[in-house]
Design a protein around this ligand. Structure first.
Ligand code: GRF
Length: 208
């Protein structure tokens, strides 16, 4: 049984996609053992509670230093004995020591086709505003392993979504979530649970 810890900051629609994929059997032999948010009011915490999943809030502001926050987060995840950590709309930049504690065991979903529109400052609606500003005709989402950089880890899956002439950042975000994020994140977790994902020299190889 794969034990998954999910880190959230917002509405939790990606968390919900994972919950639904486990319930439907799309993701086999997997249990979300904890949901941790950096924001008390994140609706993602409600989604966890509604599904009987243990949840907690660990806020950077409650700690004297970033290191103390990181230690508390690591401790909570190790106490839950997680095998895989999934950043599902999690907006805290994780420190190098955190990433080194869980090498190639942290997945992140980013709402663009990396390496476009990613890195520091590119999150949420800002990503889609930049895509529309640039005038790209195709965007999408990327699920990748997290390394010491921001959105620079080995890419697991990507899914493209057309940009429509009358798109606003909001309509584009909604379509990227529905057609790409909520599809490739559960798929990546399902294949990881089946031991079908491996990383070699920074590249991901998937045995279907
Ligand atoms: C969305 O902008 C999504 O594209 C990104 O994180 C934000 C919140 O997602 N992955 P969620 O609804 O909290 O999963």
């Amino acid at each position: 049984m794969l034990r998954v810890g999910v880190l959230v900051s917002g509405g939790g629609t990606n968390l919900q996609a994972i919950i639904d994929a486990i319930d439907s059997g799309l993701i086999p032999d997997t249990q979300i053992v904890t949901v941790i948010s950096n924001r008390q009011k994140a609706y993602a915490l409600e989604r966890a509670k509604n599904h009987g999943i243990e949840s907690q809030c660990i806020r950077p502001m409650d700690f004297e230093s970033r290191e103390a926050f990181t230690d508390a987060l690591i401790e909570a995840l190790q106490k839950a004995k997680v095998d895989l950590i999934v950043m599902a709309g999690y907006l805290v930049v994780l420190s190098e020591s955190f990433v080194k504690t869980f090498p190639n065991r942290i997945m992140n979903i980013h709402p663009s086709l990396i390496p476009s529109f990613c890195g520091d400052g590119f999150y949420g609606l800002k990503v889609h505003e930049a895509a529309l500003e640039r005038g790209v005709k195709v965007t999408g989402a990327t699920v990748h392993f997290v390394d010491e950089g921001t959105d620079t880890g080995p890419i697991i899956f990507q899914k493209a979504v057309d940009v429509l002439p009358d798109d606003t950042p909001e309509t584009l975000q909604k379509r990227v979530m529905e057609e790409a994020e909520w599809v490739i994140l559960p798929k990546a977790i399902a294949l990881y649970a089946q031991g079908k994902i491996r990383v070699e020299n920074g590249k991901v190889y998937v045995t279907q």
